[in-house]
Design a protein around this ligand. Structure first.
Ligand SMILES: [Zn+2]
Length: 120
């Protein structure tokens, strides 16, 4: 019984460290570009949908436009980011290519994430 309590304590401490890491702003570097891409690919990111539904750290999963704030929403559909999207991708580009495409597409995705001002 004691070990179960201790295990729960360790999981709770680990969770809090994870939460603290998620909430810490990270300067933009090649490493953070890689991490941003990984976060967008996996869904383990700081967008509202994940923060609200999985981590219970924000009250709503919604974007300020009213839709679920997911990577797909931000990269493909959010009206608040359409002007930035249009300057970075000159033609309609599939989500698959933005997340898994050639290097130039991945660099565009990282630039979009940075310039969007969102914490991803
Ligand atoms: Zn939106």
């Amino acid at each position: 019984m004691v070990s179960l309590v201790n295990k729960k304590m360790r999981c709770s401490e680990h969770h809090m460290e994870y939460v603290a890491w998620l909430m810490t702003p990270i300067p933009h570097t090649k490493t953070t570009t890689f991490l941003t891409r990984a976060a967008l690919r996996t869904g383990h990111n700081r967008l509202n949908h994940h923060m609200a539904t999985k981590l219970k750290l924000v009250p709503s999963p919604l974007c300020s436009c009213g839709k679920n704030q997911t990577a797909e929403h931000i990269l493909q559909a959010c009206p608040y980011h359409s002007a930035l999207r249009d300057t970075i991708w000159l033609e309609e580009t599939a989500l698959q290519k933005k997340l898994y495409g050639p290097r130039e597409d991945l660099e565009r995705t990282a630039r979009f994430a940075l310039q969007s001002g969102l914490t991803i």
